[in-house]
Unconditional design. Structure first.
Length: 415
């Protein structure tokens, strides 16, 4: 299947326009990384605390941010989460980089305190009868058990600890599994499996219900984040070196160098785009970038392979004409494969949800830039190097002995 027949576009004649385009976006990305947003590492790389919070209603990000600021959490990042089975949930990224169990409770407690600014809160686990109450939507099974032990609504004698522990666990399971982590009324517990009828009535004396529940807390220590940054950099470096060796062995070293420069160009623009948009770079984004390195390299190899074939067939033609002809001959294949792949990742970007946003954004940008660079960057580098060798009086690399040594911009043969 071909989209174009006998197409003859002078790609090399437009190389200065391509160079200007690449310079603009590369310089903008570098300036953003150096002076504006830096490299926006995600929590996987810089360390921090992630708190997943589910609300009983559609959350207002601005109201949550205002509550965070009021509580002194001014560096908190708030991200809405949506997708299948996930509703009214936000991810709050705190700059708490401790690695102890205390850090988990600290991050959770700060979120709860900031969102419960108007609630009569007391510390969970305080004696019953204290002014205020404990938030049932964010209470642990141990807290609920201790409260029930103190109130003893079932009038248990022996084995009260075990039975009230089972009651508390049944309440937590019903809240988190059946209701998604948020109770809207204590009366809902009357229909909870395994919960005694006398228990819900006693909870209203010592508990209140907020409109949210902290579902999960995760921490990544700064040392782990530093190791992940190093490993991500090494993975990218090793992939570039592997490409250089492969292309140098299969073609010539200049082909490998041109491909590596092209992939570096693609990576720089992709990371620069994340910096310009201040979008976090997570582990999934690194995976996407490594995927794009292989994708861009594959596209470049297709063009290089056609150039090598045409050099043998078009022995009397100038190198620039051979390269242009090769690009035009593979253009239909490039548009077909890149176009179908782009439509797939675009659908992933539009409908994949917030969790896959960074991953799909890297693929969208990378496929566009990778396809562009295989034509606009790799081929001109190859021609420029061969012209340089001719100027030095050397035979172009990879050209047959009988190939005329003509610079890409000249109409006559070099003597």
């Amino acid at each position: 299947m071909e989209f174009f027949h006998n197409v003859n576009i002078d790609f090399l004649g437009k190389k200065w326009y391509f160079l200007a385009f690449s310079l603009i976006f590369s310089v903008a990305g570098v300036c953003s990384m150096l002076f504006w947003h830096g490299i926006p590492w995600g929590v996987d790389f810089r360390g921090g605390t992630l708190v997943y919070v589910r609300f009983s209603h559609k959350p207002n990000d601005q109201a949550i941010r205002a509550a965070m600021d009021h509580a002194g959490l001014r560096d908190a990042k708030i991200q809405s989460i949506s997708g299948q089975g996930v509703e009214n949930e936000v991810l709050i990224d705190l700059d708490i980089r401790e690695t102890s169990e205390k850090a988990l409770d600290q991050g959770k407690l700060k979120i709860i305190q900031s969102l419960e600014t108007n609630a009569p809160v007391k510390e969970c686990g305080a004696p019953a009868g204290t002014v205020g109450g404990c938030d049932l939507n964010n209470a642990s099974s141990l807290t609920i058990k201790n409260y029930l032990m103190d109130k003893d609504p079932m009038h248990l004698g022996t084995d009260a600890d075990t039975k009230y522990a089972a009651q508390a666990q049944a309440i937590v399971d019903y809240r988190d599994k059946a209701l998604g982590g948020v109770l809207s009324s204590i009366d809902q517990l009357k229909s909870a499996p395994g919960v005694d009828a006398s228990v819900p009535a006693s909870l209203s004396d010592g508990f209140f219900l907020s409109d949210f529940g902290v579902r999960n807390v995760e921490i990544v220590g700064p040392q782990v984040g530093s190791q992940l940054r190093t490993q991500a950099g090494l993975a990218t470096l090793y992939s570039l070196l592997g490409m250089l060796v492969y292309l140098g062995f299969r073609f010539e070293w200049i082909y490998g160098i041109a491909a590596v420069i092209t992939v570096f160009h693609d990576t720089l623009i992709t990371v620069g785009a994340f910096s310009l948009t201040n979008t976090e770079i997570s582990l999934t984004v690194i995976a996407a970038i490594l995927t794009l390195i292989g994708y861009s390299n594959n596209d470049t190899i297709v063009v290089f392979d056609r150039i090598r074939e045409n050099i043998k067939l078009m022995r009397r033609e100038k190198l620039s004409e051979i390269v242009n002809r090769s690009i035009n001959q593979t253009l239909s294949r490039t548009i077909l494969t890149a176009g179908l792949t782009f439509l797939t990742v675009l659908a992933l970007f539009l409908f994949g949800g917030e969790v896959l946003h960074g991953f799909s954004l890297a693929l969208v940008i990378g496929i566009l830039i990778g396809t562009y660079s295989s034509i606009a960057i790799a081929a001109p580098i190859l021609v420029a190097y061969q012209d340089w060798r001719i100027n030095k009086g050397k035979r172009p690399v990879g050209m047959p002995v009988g190939q005329p040594q003509v610079k890409s911009g000249q109409l006559k043969k070099a003597k």
